[in-house]
Design a protein around this ligand. Sequence first.
Ligand code: 2AL
Length: 165
Amino acid sequence: MLLEQFNEADRAEAIAVLRPCVDVTRWCEHLADHRPYRSIDELVDEAEAAESPFTAEEVAQALSHHPRIGERASGQSTEATLSRAEQAGLGQGDAELARAIAEGNAAYEARFGRVFLIRAAGRSAPEILDALTERLDNDEASEDVAVAQQLREIAVLRLKGLISR
Ligand code: 2AL
């Protein structure tokens, strides 16, 4: 969608465009209600800062849409299509790495009680495994900050992909 169309869409439509970026209602409404944007940069600046920090409930809701790293999202929804593209860099080749990531996911879920989330676009499988291993050592408070930051990074990347000049 062009920025101009996003600026002129009705509120419900603008929110519907934003929702697949991150399912945090306050963030979607904030960005919809701050229209019009004069440039993509202005929209991105707003998206990076809006409604920070997300609450624990908002993070949980947003995370519910993310498949595990290494698991291909099924279906044709905008979110599934974006997720598959984001995880494309993982490649299919290395079974050893895939197993290590699956084990890391399980350890993360046992420790923090939620799915391990990372902005996957632009990261290789070894980079993701390193980050996962490192984040397993975080205390809960630092890890809450890390997750919220990754959600926002994914949201901003998705926004840039969905709205163009
Ligand atoms: C994902 C995903 O689907 N896209 C992305 O960047 N990260 N999932 C995840 N568990 O981190």
